[in-house]
Every structure is written in structure tokens, then in C-alpha cells.
Design a protein around this ligand. Structure first.
Ligand SMILES: [Zn+2]
Length: 262
């Protein structure tokens, strides 16, 4: 979990905003990415916004085998995007170009597009003191043991639509469990994690009120940690295309609950 870093990175200067403007322009012209931009859309046509966590310059966690979290996030968000579009949903991919260095622009971009839901896609780590050393292909790497595994979902009570976000997050968690994934335990643990309060323990949903990407959203917004890439076994699972497809299925199959929650 890189929420603390995420919060700190919320404070950006004009230079970052200039970069962002370019990045947004690139995103808008990228083929097939912006599906239904523009406010005032009827709700059925309003897009589901998928935010790719982190960026090329600030890549989030580093997996047990040295792969950046941003790469995992982008691959999974693209898979979820394709799956949702196959189901007839409009979508909006945010920050897939990898040059979005701030956080607040992400929910604002979703709002500008009239999005009815924002899902920020991430992969998980844990506090540095739990990292252990190993060597993979001749390179010194860090890993986490099996106390750190599983998916996690986060919502913020500072998001005005958090109750609707909770219904959606619970539905995604339920579908993930149905697909054989397990919810994490470490975020709720005061020693292993931050003692995060559960919003829905059974389905792996936690409260994380200060998370910038959620609290600046006006639509239901949730942050989805698909799994722990610093766990060596879970990294191998999460790197597989068929795993991404199963996760995308779980998100797509939960959408009736997300739509009903509107
Ligand atoms: Zn992250």
C-alpha cells in the first residue's frame, strides 16, 4: 500500500500541472481510450473511470522480482477497461499514459467526463520493515512473506458518495472471493498494517478516509489493490494474463451492484 506516498504526492506545483495538461491531451487523442467524455451524459452512458495508479517516474511498489507497480496497474486497468467495454459500458482510462504525477486531477478528470464510478487500480506492498532480502536472477531483491497477500478495497468517508462506493466495493470483493481470490488481512492489523477499520470485513473493504484520489471524487470512488506484488507467489499469479482476465471478470460481474447503487 502506498497511500502515504500517494497523499504526499497530492501536493504539486504549476510545473506538474503543465505536464499533466500535456498528458491529458495525449490521453484524449489516444485511440480508443476516451470513450464518452463530456459532462451532462445520460446516466446509462456515463463512463466508468479507471485510474491507473502511479506513473512512469513514480512507479509505486517494486515487485519481488523488480517489476514496477505502475506496469501491473496499467496492464490490469487495460484488461478491466476492455472487459467493461465488451459488456457495453462506456469507460474512461485515466493516467494510463504514465505521466500523471498528481492525484487530484484523476478524480477531477473523472468528474469532467461525467463518470458514474471511479476505480483506482493498484497493487500492494507493506511497510519497509517487513521486507526481506533474496536474490532473483543474480539481483538483490526484497520480498514479503505470506502474512502479506490478497486483494484489498478502500473507500473514503470524505467521498460524498461513499455509501454507494461501499456497495460497489463489497460487490467486487464478493466476486473476487467467488473467483478464488482472498482478501488481505494485513491492512486491518495494527502491527502488520495501519489497523485500518473495516467497512466490510467479509469482502475485504476498508475505510481509508484521507486517500486523495477518493476524497476529491464526487462520484462513488474506490481504490482496488488487486494483490501483493512483493509476495513472491502472489506476484507470479498477478503477472499472468489469465489472472488479469479473472480479476476483470470479477469487476465486470459486480457492475450491476455498482449501477444499482447509483
Ligand atoms: Zn499503489
Amino acid at each position: 500500500m502506498h497511500a502515504a506516498r500517494v497523499e504526499r504526492r497530492a501536493r504539486v506545483g504549476p510545473a506538474s500541472r503543465a505536464v499533466l495538461t500535456v498528458a491529458v491531451a495525449c490521453l484524449a487523442v489516444a485511440a480508443g481510450i476516451a470513450q464518452a467524455a463530456g459532462a451532462g451524459l445520460p446516466s446509462a452512458a456515463a463512463p466508468i473511470a479507471l485510474d491507473v495508479g502511479h506513473s512512469i517516474a513514480s512507479q509505486g511498489a517494486i515487485s519481488a522480482r523488480g517489476v514496477a507497480e505502475f506496469e501491473f496497474n496499467r496492464a490490469l486497468a487495460i484488461e478491466i477497461d476492455a472487459r467493461l467495454r465488451a459488456d457495453g459500458h462506456a469507460t474512461l482510462l485515466i493516467a494510463a499514459e504514465g505521466r500523471t504525477e498528481d492525484l487530484i486531477s484523476r478524480p477531477r478528470k473523472a468528474q469532467a467526463a461525467g463518470a458514474r464510478l471511479l476505480i483506482s487500480v493498484h497493487h500492494d506492498s507493506a511497510r519497509a520493515r517487513f521486507l526481506e532480502d533474496w536474490v532473483h536472477e543474480g539481483v538483490a531483491r526484497k520480498f514479503l512473506d505470506d502474512r502479506f497477500r490478497g486483494f484489498s478495497l478502500f473507500i473514503s468517508r470524505q467521498n460524498p458518495a461513499w455509501r454507494r462506493a461501499l456497495e460497489c466495493a463489497s460487490a467486487i470483493g464478493e466476486r473476487m472471493i467467488g473467483a478464488g481470490f482472498v482478501p488481505s488481512r494485513h491492512h486491518a492489523d495494527p502491527h502488520l498494517g495501519a489497523g485500518r477499520e473495516y467497512a466490510d470485513e467479509r469482502h475485504g473493504v476498508h475505510f481509508f478516509d484521507n486517500l486523495a484520489v477518493l476524497r476529491h471524487a464526487v462520484m462513488p470512488a474506490l481504490l482496488f489493490e488487486a494483490g501483493v506484488i512483493v509476495n513472491r507467489d502472489e506476484e507470479l499469479l498477478l503477472a499472468r494474463a489469465d489472472t488479469r482476465a479473472r480479476i476483470a471478470d470479477a469487476v465486470a460481474l459486480a457492475q450491476p451492484a455498482c449501477v444499482a447503487a447509483r
